[in-house]
Design a protein around this ligand. Structure first.
Ligand SMILES: Nc1ncnc2c1ncn2[C@@H]1O[C@H](COP(=O)(O)OP(=O)(O)OP(=O)(O)O)[C@@H](O)[C@H]1O
Ligand SMILES: [Mg+2]
Length: 874
């Protein structure tokens, strides 16, 4: 460690980002602390230091439950800056020798950025080699060596002072940076006073040479680890406060009728289902009829030739369906040859008649079987398709808080495993069940007609099986529910692992992820094993019961030898074996159907209970609304969830049409939340937002969202062609697409692609740098030509020079639009008509940038001073 050389290199480049940005905090741990403790063998002081410096240092980054705060999938409940700070904290925590930091300060405000650079990168990592890629040029002079990149190659290399003297690329870049930062304020800027959050008056603790402030230490650190009962309660309450993921629902008890009803409705309604059942009954009836007819035919033949004792019909050949009708008819009529009204099969016309009816009945069986198969398959498939579509519609309309509190694995589970049950298992099981039901019903019917006394024997058997079914059913069903639920964390883990590979691999955490995955697979397999075992449990009991019933019948027949006719004794035994076999099978199928219906129950739960975003249609705005672009916020208060404190508090402002507004403020101040409120991604708890006089809460979401344009903090690109990403609805000609690309300075790059606009973009736009993704999103917004444009850190990952070109484009292209720009890089908003400064969910300062700059005590001035290159290190 002692021999490690201190070295910092800054790579800066106008276009090419060589290193992968750690811009997304994946859900690598369940809590903030978990995310940090990915590397379990690290010295505690590193963990403490990283946690305190990057996460808890500033008041405005305070999470609801400190380092125990649960982080949602892909850090959904964190602000952009918080994600970056935790990513940085995790990197520091890894205690590596070499750090490759790819623009880790792009999403944090200047104060935090400065603090992170000087305290975390300069001091904490003083004995490490740090390679930092950044667009924040103000830090360059504090680095040991600077490497400037352009078009994939190194253009200059050296120390800040040396490079300035060379008067080359670097000097030009710095001049432009100075120009952009300083042109509007060629005046004496006050040296930034220490902000209230950076108060250094707190006593400091030295930990292995690293200075930590007492107030930075995590709340539950060993320094204050003495807990009493009441503090334990407080901890529990605190944990609840930071809790994000809701427990996945698991119903207990029988599958409700509502679930079956939803399936029947999805299949087409009760009438359709009745017709499907009828097709099963008719098919079964046709088989019975065919057998019965054959019996009559044979019997008539026997009657016509009394000497002919040959009877080739065997009970053993009978299928479950023919076991009663034909055989019983034959049995009972063979000893009672009475007048037969049917033609004699002896003459040819009589023979033809029997043959014709028999062949027709066989044809009927074939036709009805095809019809039954078709009806059964289409109905069950229709049911699962409709269920899928209904659930999908519901999920797509769910509010953001649903996605925050439900990990993606849970949603994937419904659409994969639960849908699989509906698509594959249930159709087969329902088919078997309907066949069995018909078989049993017809058997019982014919038995009741021909040998009613057998029914008396069947009743106790039925009762025994019903008891067995009731006993086993509870556990089979509940274990299936457990299996359904345990699969969700596994899917979430697989999803997270796939998305987080670029974080997992550099941190060398594959082993831990494989172990976690194995554990989750074990849990899921255990649940599956238990479910399957419970099915086997009942099957063994059913088998045993069936054997005992058969043995008892056989014994009874042997004991009563002589009192029962041999034919009837044989029939009774055969009937017993068949009926018991069918009933036993039926119990199994019924158990399984109910168990598999728990998946329908889960889908139905989403279909019925999932909250959707409020669809209000009280006001229908005109087609060209908003034609001015005036935005009024009136006493707006917003909470992400009811049990959370508001992230926007009492916000009121009036943005005139065509105004260009810059919104700045600390990380976690509520800037992106303001955008979420405007788009009604989260409902307001108080206040109103008006656009051109229309209260946005009164209009349909579709109307609202289609009339505003935004570029979110995490630029989103979809897998598909560049053309599709620019113009998903195919509304614009190629010439417009090219001109929008030109406006965002991407035309040249796209022209280099062989496929031009048909260039394939990978999932999440992985084959573009973050800055380029932002530019593509901007081109998309230019094409949409809406009156209101909201840019949330849209150029944070773009170099200063391109940023200023983009700002110029925005000014020209959106000259008649209201443009709200959220930015940490202050020169991005310096030319706005108005700047609003947010802190802790409130607007604390607002005014024209020139006015704010002339006031030495303004917050804006403090922020500008923190960003300027003249800023001394703290
Ligand atoms: N989906 C969410 N659920 C719960 N809390 C959230 C959610 N999104 C953001 N927050 C919290 O709301 C606060 C404001 O977040 P917001 O994203 O608006 O900050 P910001 O000003 O945009 O910060 P940054 O500059 O870092 O992007 C933060 O404390 C954040 O943790
Ligand atoms: Mg933000």
């Amino acid at each position: 460690m002692e021999t490690k050389k201190k070295k910092e290199i800054i790579i800066t480049d106008s276009r090419v980002t060589k290193l992968r940005t750690i811009e997304q905090l994946q859900r690598l741990g369940d809590t903030c602390k978990g995310a940090l403790q990915l590397l379990n063998s690290l010295p505690l002081h590193m963990a403490m230091m990283a946690t305190s410096i990057a996460v808890l240092k500033f008041k405005d980054c305070e999470l609801d439950n400190g380092d125990e705060t649960e982080i949602g999938d892909r850090g959904t409940n964190l602000s952009g800056g918080q994600k970056q700070r935790i990513s940085l904290a995790r990197a520091v925590y890894s205690d590596s020798d070499i750090y490759l930091l790819d623009d880790p300060l792009s999403a944090v405000d200047v104060h935090v950025g400065r603090h992170l650079f000087h305290t975390c990168i300069k001091k904490t990592l003083a004995r490490k080699t740090v390679i930092l890629a950044t667009h924040q040029l103000q830090y360059l002079k504090h680095c040991d060596e600077i490497v400037a990149f352009e078009d994939g190659g190194i253009v200059e290399k050296g120390h800040h002072d040396e490079l300035l003297l060379q008067n080359g690329y670097y000097k030009e870049m710095m001049d432009k940076f100075h120009y952009h930062t300083n042109t509007s304020m060629e005046k004496q800027l006050p040296i930034p006073s220490k902000s209230k959050n950076e108060d250094t008056s707190n006593s400091k603790i030295a930990t292995n040479g690293v200075q930590l402030e007492k107030k930075d230490l995590p709340k539950n650190s060993s320094a204050n680890s003495v807990t009493t009962n009441s503090s334990a309660n407080n901890v529990t309450q605190e944990k609840e406060k930071g809790k994000l993921t809701e427990r996945e629902e698991m119903v207990v008890g029988k599958v409700r009728f509502g679930t079956y009803k939803s399936y029947i409705n999805a299949a087409g309604g009760f009438m359709i289902c009745f017709l499907v059942m009828l097709s099963y009954t008719l098919t079964m009836g046709s088989v019975v009829f065919s057998d019965w007819w054959l019996g009559i035919w044979i019997n008539t033949l026997n009657t016509a030739t009394p000497n002919n004792e040959t009877n080739s019909y065997s009970f053993a050949d009978s299928t479950p369906s023919n076991l009663s009708a034909a055989n019983l008819y034959y049995t009972t009529t063979s000893s009672n040859n009475t007048m037969n009204p049917l033609p004699s099969p002896e003459n040819s016309s009589g023979f033809d008649f029997y043959l014709l009816v028999y062949v027709s009945s066989l044809g009927g069986i074939i036709l009805l079987t095809i019809l039954r198969g078709f009806a059964g398959a289409t109905t069950t498939i229709r049911a699962s398709v409709r269920l899928h579509n209904n659930v999908l519609k519901k999920v797509m309309k769910a509010p953001m808080k649903f996605f925050d509190s439900n990990p993606s694995g849970r949603i994937l589970n419904r659409f994969s495993k639960d849908m699989d049950e509906a698509d594959v298992f249930l159709p087969q099981l329902i088919d078997s069940l309907l066949q069995l039901l018909n078989t049993i019903a017809l058997s019982l019917l014919t038995t009741a007609i021909v040998l009613p006394w057998i029914l008396i024997a069947i009743v106790p058997v039925a009762i025994l099986f019903a008891i067995l079914k009731n006993i086993s059913n509870t556990s089979v069903r509940q274990l299936k529910r457990v299996e359904n639920v345990t699969r969700s964390p596994l899917l979430a883990h697989v999803n997270t692992t796939a998305q987080g590979l670029f974080t997992i691999v550099p941190f060398n955490q594959q082993k831990q992820f494989i172990e976690n995955s194995t554990k989750l697979i074990d849990v899921t397999s255990t649940a599956t094993f238990l479910f399957e075992s419970s099915m086997r449990w009942v099957e063994v009991r059913l088998d045993l019961s069936s054997s005992m019933i058969t043995v008892a019948t056989a014994l009874a027949l042997v004991i009563t030898k002589g009192s029962v006719a041999p034919a009837l004794a044989g029939l009774s035994l055969t009937m017993c074996i068949k009926v018991v076999g069918i009933m036993q099978f039926m119990v199994r199928v019924m158990n399984e159907v109910e168990a598999r219906f728990t998946s329908i129950e889960r889908l139905h739960h989403y279909e019925k209970n999932l909250e959707i975003e409020p669809q209000t249609f009280d006001t229908t705005p005109s087609d060209n609304w908003p034609n001015e672009g005036r935005i009024i916020f009136s006493k707006v208060e917003m909470k992400y969830r009811d049990n959370m404190k508001p992230v926007l508090r009492n916000i009121s402002f009036d943005l005139h049409p065509q105004m260009k507004i810059g919104i700045v403020g600390r990380t976690g101040a509520g800037k992106s939340s303001l955008a979420a409120a405007l788009f009604r991604l989260v409902q307001l708890s108080e206040g109103h937002i008006y656009i051109d006089g229309v209260d946005v809460s009164q209009i349909a979401l579709k109307n609202l969202r289609s009339r505003l344009s935004t570029i979110p903090q995490d630029p989103v690109l979809f897998a598909g062609t560049l053309r599709y990403n620019l113009d998903p609805f195919g509304k614009h000609p190629d010439s417009e697409l090219w001109s929008s690309l030109e406006n965002v300075h991407l035309k040249e790059k796209v022209q280099q692609f062989d496929q031009d606009l048909d260039y394939q973009i990978e999932e999440n736009g992985e084959n573009f740098s973050v800055g380029e993704r932002q530019l593509i999103c901007l081109a998309r917004a230019i094409l949409r030509k809406n009156k209101i444009l909201l840019l949330d850190e849209a150029t944070a990952s773009i170099d200063t020079q391109t940023d200023s070109l983009i700002q110029k484009t925005i000014k020209e292209e959106f000259s008649d639009c209201t443009v709200v720009t959220i930015a940490h890089r202050l020169n991005t908003v310096l030319h706005s008509d108005r700047v609003m400064i947010m802190d802790n969910g409130e607007v604390i300062e607002s005014g024209a940038p020139q006015d704010l700059l002339t006031d030495p005590h303004s917050f804006f001035n403090t922020m500008i001073a923190a960003q300027t290159v003249k800023t001394p290190s703290p």
